[in-house]
Design a protein around this ligand. Structure first.
Ligand code: NAI
Length: 462
């Protein structure tokens, strides 16, 4: 038996970041992980591999659509799927090994296996019981199941199976127009699959700014993705290599079917805490099956904390990372803080979509007076030079104080641009503060400044 100041269960972005910070703060730290590699869903079967495939297929798109116009002539590249998979795996490996290196560097013990918590202060892995003054649960989430849909990870797949298909499917049906469905739908559409997204609601990407939703859908349609909206999937029937998807249109209850070679189920994720026996420990849960925590990420059982997808809030790697750092500070007797009002969201399609803070819809509902500054990438010289003039930056500021309340961007590098607005919001900046800041020319970021200018005396290039 070994004893630690803190044992973290799970090595995803929440768990591994927390482990590193705990160790940096002088705590004797171990992290339990049952997978063969560190990094959790994000590094192994989520954010990182999907970004590799998004990058590779975006390059293909550029070669097919824009090279000629730039005077780059010659045969378009053909797809070597096995090599693309190898590139994806290499990206995973370098990242997961990187975490292993950081664990060694910070003297964090990786306890290999699946953990249970027999009682507060104890973590059991295999036959070994380890003592821990503090336990942090960071066990993440798993794809939610859909009634009538049986996943085999070959024909009917989740976000995990879809990254390792043995070939590019001719026809793919995506259930759910959320982040996963649209990112992965984009990958396969660029590879030549006929992709149809079936979505229950009337708009894609639930909760996003309505104008972004509308424009995003228009752009994706132009890229060849088909949408069936207001349609509730009832079930799937799969054989060895084909599937049939049945859906009901909400407007008239009529039932329809679609044939597919692969069906991606991307209708949300649910917290994963199997095997920990939280009931037996008396850990309180929320109605939605998340672990309930207080302001310091402590559960109803003293000394047991929880962070990331397994607790309330957006299921985002960076939200988990922030909580991981904050809870480490708490466990080390310091102050930990996460500003849940300034957590950006990014969809890594092309163009990218990013948002932070309030939407117009939320502000209307709250009855708060606001103003909007909007700037199209068509007015941004850099974007136009690289075929990226589609989209816009929208900044929302308080009508009276000019304080920035949110931003919604669809366009080139939106996922990076959003962060200057995040920093502005953290500092309680006004739109004028953003507008008065010199932005290098020619950069995409000038579009953010122009949108901020549009909150005041007006943009220059529109
Ligand atoms: P999601 O919650 O984003 O979207 C699910 C969609 O499925 C919704 O639009 C919903 O209306 C629809 N739906 C549900 N039941 C349906 C039915 N029976 N028929 C038709 N449509 C139905 O879920 P998603 O895309 O699976 O993502 C899961 C989580 O992973 C999210 O919290 C997301 O934020 C996170 N994630 C984030 C990424 C990023 O930040 N880039 C990338 C991948 C995942």
């Amino acid at each position: 038996m070994s004893s630690y100041d803190v044992i973290i269960i799970g090595s995803g972005p929440g768990g591994y970041v927390s482990a590193i910070r705990c160790a940096q703060l002088g705590l004797k730290t171990a992290c339990v992980e049952g997978r063969d590699t560190l990094g959790g869903t994000c590094l192994n079967v989520g954010c990182i591999p999907s970004k590799a495939l998004l990058h590779a297929t975006h390059m293909l798109h550029e070669a097919e659509h824009n090279f000629g116009e730039m005077g780059l002539k010659g045969k378009s590249p053909s797809v070597d799927w096995n090599q693309m998979q190898a590139y994806k795996q290499n990206t995973i490996d370098t990242n997961t090994k990187g975490i292993e290196f950081l664990f060694k560097k910070n003297k964090i013990d990786w306890i290999k296996g699946w953990a249970t918590i027999p009682e507060a202060g104890k973590v059991k892995v295999g036959d070994d019981i380890h003592e821990a003054k503090n336990i942090i649960i960071a066990t993440g989430s798993e794809p939610a199941s859909l009634p009538g849909v049986e996943v085999d990870e070959k024909v009917v797949v989740t976000s995990t199976g879809v990254l390792s298909l043995n070939k590019v499917p001719k026809k793919m049906v995506v259930i759910g127009a959320g982040v996963i469905g649209l990112e992965i739908g984009s990958v396969y559409a660029r590879l030549g699959s006929d992709v149809t997204v079936v979505e229950y609601l009337d708009a894609i990407t639930p909760g996003m700014d309505a104008e972004v939703q509308k424009n995003f859908m228009r752009i994706l349609k132009k890229q060849g993705i088909n949408f069936i909206m207001g349609a509730a999937v009832q079930g799937t029937e799969a054989s060895k290599s084909k599937a049939k998807v049945t859906y009901k249109l909400r407007k008239d209850e009529s039932e329809h079917t679609l044939d597919a070679d692969v069906v991606l189920v991307s209708t949300g994720r649910k917290p994963f805490h199997d095997g920990l026996d939280l009931n037996g420990l008396g850990v309180e849960m929320t109605k939605r099956g998340q672990i309930a925590v207080n302001d310091h990420w402590e559960t109803s059982v003293k000394g047991i904390y929880a962070i990331g997808d397994v607790i309330e809030g957006p299921m985002l790697a960076h939200k988990a990372e922030d909580e991981g750092m904050a809870v480490a500070a708490v466990v080390a007797g310091k102050h930990g803080h996460v500003n849940y009002g300034v957590i950006p969201g990014v969809i890594y399609t092309h163009p990218e979509v990013a948002n932070v803070g309030m939407t117009e819809e939320q502000l209307k509902e709250a009855g708060r007076a606001y103003k909007v500054g909007k700037f199209s990438f068509m007015g941004n010289a850099r974007a136009k030079a690289v075929f990226a003039g589609e989209g816009f930056v929208k900044i929302i500021a308080d009508k009276d104080t000019d304080r920035v309340l949110g931003a919604h961007i669809i366009g080139p590098a939106a996922g990076d641009l959003i962060h200057e607005v995040c920093v502005a919001m953290e500092f309680g900046a006004s739109a004028e503060d953003l507008a008065m800041t010199c932005h290098a020319h020619p950069t995409y970021s000038e579009a953010v400044r122009e949108a901020a200018l549009a909150c005041g005396d007006g943009p220059i290039h529109m």
